[in-house]
Design a protein around this ligand. Structure first.
Ligand code: BGC
Length: 720
């Protein structure tokens, strides 16, 4: 490495810091020349096998030092085999299934010559208006840290070469807190929250050796991330000792000027370099100005060398220097069955059963007639969701086709699209539709959001079912037929207006290539729902931000002091009612709380035991609980553990997830589930990054959602 570095001219070093956008399918002359003259370290957005092979050949054979390229691509939830959107995968609460999905994606992407993905996105997302919530792992730092680290492991494997690709923890940091849930907006995050919420999954990714970090687009307290020295130089490098390299987001260095942090691209390039952004994605500040800037700032090559070294190290780790040529084999025409099955299992585990009145689900496969209704029931493209650059509709199996092949030969399945798209304002053939549903034993309505309504820059101010879906449901409710609503969506939607009009609700997010078979297995009971919400579902948009770990305030609301607008006497005196922290026009609880999800089995919780009532800060508390499956079906329960540090020098949330386990329990069986709790779970960060574990009483809750069934308490002590 040192030898290579010592041979490099300053121009070649700067070249390694530059990422260019490919032309998708051919090598344009300007890229060819730039690579030949050592001015490119990485190419983004090129996945054609021949083109990638040619790009690498030019780099290796025609540039002076023959340094291969990093080939980056947004492989977010699968490459060819598409897994559920990340928010859906997070609903599995299953690190193994997430690791497996990333492993499959890495294998497929590496076959196409991609060696670096821009995932996982581990931005804490507490605003469902924000389109990129779809790409996130939800609202909770602990869950996001666990699942994000599993995704890193899946992409990177034990070593970076072979079928592994480099991962990227993005977007450092706070991007998900964009004001009003509008993409790219400024964020206002106090230091305490930054450290204890938004940074947590990133710290975990760094500890788990993620190869790269990406800077966020957002403005953090006046300094946009890509020019934020404190963030990268102090926190990431000095405090966390991160050894990989940092890439900017797409043109986020040139955008420092639009933000108003710098006057021009040259100034932006200096800010980013000084902050420690090692590679510039697409904009050309480094290429055009860095050499001159180093001179002007009287700076030798020390920092530049460090940056180049980090990038070259990743290339070495990926094994790019080990082969004389980098011919990738190209991706298979038919997807391997094992990949499809992994995607199906991920989709099964990610669906969340939100409502199941009178046990309408699971359905009988021998019914005489099933009506399948809705624009998303037979649309292999829309079920894939956002960020699927390389996924293809032809590999998708739709819900309609899966229902058709699940039922008995005698069962008639009648399909009506009902609306042209999920956004249409008109129902097609309402009369025929109503008749079809009236004559059916059950109607499966597949509604929600088409893929383009979530993702980057696709934010919404209203979160109801789009178009005329609510009216469609209302109309079909007039029949006597039971209605099962399957929702495909990239975010939590406000479902209050429709919940009374349907019997069951299965939330399938955008479930990916194998969404159809997964949903059908759940509807007909070949699989038992086990997904739990990784994010709170509001009743109304006005409740946002609403998340389970919201601080108590000095006047917490409860059933006794809550006042609803309809209960206020005319001309009531200002102080005569409530005086609690709530809205008047919506119940203070969410529609569905974080961690919630039903199963066809029922579980009861008993016997919450603590190994001791007092633990020392260096000790371990063993917590156990008996989970009993009271039903006659095997089911998987996600057992969740929450803590509350009751009094601290900084107020703490009344509930914080600190452990979870997925357990499969047979009918009538009881399983004892055990958690070990220690100081890693009991402390918090203060603004300068110091981790404090303060003595005092803690509550501990265990249950099947963020409203735990059982609570107990213990004392944390510090022996002198
Ligand atoms: C996104 C990143 C993504 C990059 C490259 C940006 O617009 O914010 O998450 O990795 O584009 O496609």
């Amino acid at each position: 490495m040192q030898q290579l570095l010592s041979q490099m001219t300053q121009e070649e070093k700067i070249g390694q810091l530059c990422q260019v956008s490919g032309a998708e399918g051919y090598v344009p002359d300007h890229i060819r020349h730039a690579i030949q003259s050592g001015q490119v370290g990485s190419v983004i957005n090129e996945v054609h096998k021949e083109t990638i092979n040619e790009l690498q050949r030019i780099a290796i054979e025609e540039s002076r030092l023959g340094i291969p390229l990093l080939v980056g691509r947004d492989v977010i939830h699968g490459f060819k085999t598409i897994f559920p959107i990340p928010l859906g995968q997070a609903a599995s609460w299953n690190p193994e299934i997430i690791e497996q999905g990333a492993k499959v994606a890495a294998k497929e992407a590496s076959m196409a010559g991609v060696n670096w993905t821009f995932a996982p996105m581990i931005d804490i997302s507490r605003d469902p208006r924000w389109g990129r919530i779809a790409e996130s792992l939800g609202e909770d730092p602990y869950l996001c840290a666990e699942l994000g680290s599993a995704m890193v492991k899946g992409f990177q494997g034990d070593y970076l070469y072979g079928e592994s690709i480099a991962a990227c923890a993005k977007h450092f940091v706070g991007y998900g807190a964009a004001e009003s849930g509008k993409d790219y907006c400024a964020t206002n995050i106090p230091p305490n929250e930054l450290r204890n919420v938004h940074m947590v999954p990133f710290k975990a990714a760094s500890e788990n050796k993620v190869a790269t970090f990406m800077s966020s687009f957002s403005d953090i307290d006046g300094v946009p991330a890509s020019g934020n020295k404190w963030l990268f130089d102090q926190v990431l490098r000095k405090d966390w000792q991160f050894e990989g390299f940092v890439v900017s987001d797409w043109e986020s260095i040139s955008q420092l000027t639009i933000h108003g942090l710098t006057e021009n691209l040259k100034g932006a390039a200096w800010k980013a370099f000084d902050a420690g952004i090692d590679m510039e994605m697409v904009s050309t500040g480094y290429r055009d100005h860095l050499s001159e800037l180093l001179q002007e700032h009287d700076e030798d090559d020390t920092r530049l060398n460090q940056m180049v070294e980090r990038i070259l190290t990743t290339k070495f780790q990926l094994g790019l220097f080990d082969q004389p040529t980098l011919e990738c084999p190209g991706i298979f025409e038919q997807l391997p069955e094992a990949h499809l099955q992994a995607a199906k299992q991920a989709a099964v585990e990610s669906c969340v059963l939100l409502q199941n009145r009178d046990d309408v689900l699971p359905l009988n496969k021998n019914l005489s007639k099933i009506a399948v209704i809705g624009p998303l029931a037979d649309d292999g493209y829309e079920q894939l969701g956002t960020w699927i650059f390389d996924g293809e509709e032809r590999h998708s199996q739709s819900i309609l086709s899966a229902v058709q092949s699940s039922v008995s030969e005698q069962t008639q399945v009648e399909f009506h699209r009902a609306m042209n798209t999920s956004r249409s304002h008109e129902v097609q053939n309402m009369d025929a539709l109503t008749e079809s549903v009236s004559n059916a034993d059950v109607a499966i309505l597949v509604l929600g959001e088409e893929a383009i309504l979530s993702g980057e820059a696709h934010c919404r101010a209203e979160l109801g079912l789009p178009g005329c879906q609510e009216q469609l449901i209302e109309q079909l409710r007039q029949t006597d037929t039971q209605l099962v609503l399957v929702i495909l969506a990239g975010r939590p939607l406000t479902l209050e207006p429709v919940l009374n009009n349907v019997d069951a609700v299965l939330y399938a997010w955008h479930p990916g290539s194998m969404g159809g078979p997964a949903v059908a297995d759940l509807l007909f009971g070949d699989a038992n729902p086990s997904g739990k919400l990784p994010v709170t579902f509001p009743r109304k948009v006005g409740q946002i931000p609403i998340y389970y770990s919201q601080k108590l305030s000095g006047k917490p609301v409860n059933e006794h002091n809550f006042v609803h607008i309809d209960d206020i006497p005319v001309r009531a005196a200002q102080t005569s009612l409530g005086m609690a922290s709530n809205h008047l026009d919506v119940h203070f609880t969410p529609q569905f709380q974080f961690g919630f999800g039903l199963s066809y089995s029922q579980f009861s919780y008993q016997n919450l035991q603590l190994s001791t009532k007092q633990i020392d800060v260096d000790g371990t508390l063993v917590v156990s609980v008996d989970v009993h499956n009271t039903s006659n079906r095997t089911g998987v329960e996600v057992v969740q553990l929450y803590i509350h540090d009751r009094v601290a020098s900084l107020t703490r949330p009344p509930k914080e997830l600190k452990g979870f386990q997925r357990v499969s329990i047979g009918p009538g069986q009881t399983q004892t589930v055990t958690f070990n709790i220690d100081k890693r779970h009991l402390g918090f960060y203060i603004a300068d990054g110091t981790y404090l574990c303060e003595p005092g009483i803690f509550s501990i809750g265990i249950g099947s959602s963020s409203n735990p069934e059982l609570w107990n308490e213990f004392e944390l002590i510090k022996t002198p």
